[in-house]
Design a protein around this ligand. Structure first.
Ligand code: SF4
Length: 186
């Protein structure tokens, strides 16, 4: 029996992440990522990498965004296109329970796209140039208890494929490290 876990793209490839400047948060997430991957690989769990919806739309020089900015039909459609082949892979593995055990999907809490229990919201839009309220606008960013847009679409597609109950979706989040680590105990 092979155990299979689907993970957000940057859990395996941090080069896809937006450039971050909060070193304490970077270090905490990196420590958990390493702990999580070491345990998964050590236990022989097969890891399937989801596509990164932000890198594949905006590239490596994108600004940081909030989920409100991605909450539009165009980004949601992009997420669905990325996720179509993922749902097909899940269905195939789930069709053969004598050979495969799908443990679930791990997202990245805090991300506007891949957050599961927590994502970031802010009242952001418009150009940077010529405005006098930039500092106040940037300060509207907050962590909220919702999924990011990519994970919202993923959850909808799991439901449409009638496989939600077989595929738990969990967030990797340093302040709640036990959530993703528990998935490896299944
Ligand atoms: S969109 Fe998802 S996969 Fe891409 S960098 Fe952000 S959290 Fe990682």
């Amino acid at each position: 029996m092979q155990k299979i876990l689907f993970v957000s793209h940057c859990i395996l490839n941090t080069a896809a992440k937006v450039v971050l400047f909060n070193q304490a948060a970077i270090d905490a997430e990196e420590a958990l990522r390493m702990q999580f991957l070491a345990k998964a690989i050590g236990e022989g769990i097969q890891l399937v990498q989801l596509p990164c919806p932000e890198f594949t739309l905006y590239g490596s020089r994108r600004w940081g965004h909030c989920s409100n900015q991605f909450d539009n039909p165009f980004f949601r459609e992009h997420c669905r296109k990325c996720l179509g082949p993922v749902i097909q892979q899940l269905r195939e593995y789930l069709a053969h329970p004598e050979r495969f055990q799908v443990l679930g999907i791990v997202g990245v809490d805090g991300s506007p796209s891949c957050g599961v229990d927590h994502t970031s919201e802010a009242d952001w839009h418009g150009s940077f140039g010529g405005r006098t309220d930039l500092e106040q606008v940037l300060k509207t960013q907050r962590l909220v208890d919702k999924s990011g847009i990519f994970i919202q679409e993923l959850k909808s597609m799991l439901a449409e494929a009638c496989i939600s109950e077989q595929v738990p979706v969990i967030g990797l989040f340093a302040p709640e490290a036990e959530k993703c680590m528990a998935l490896l105990e299944k």
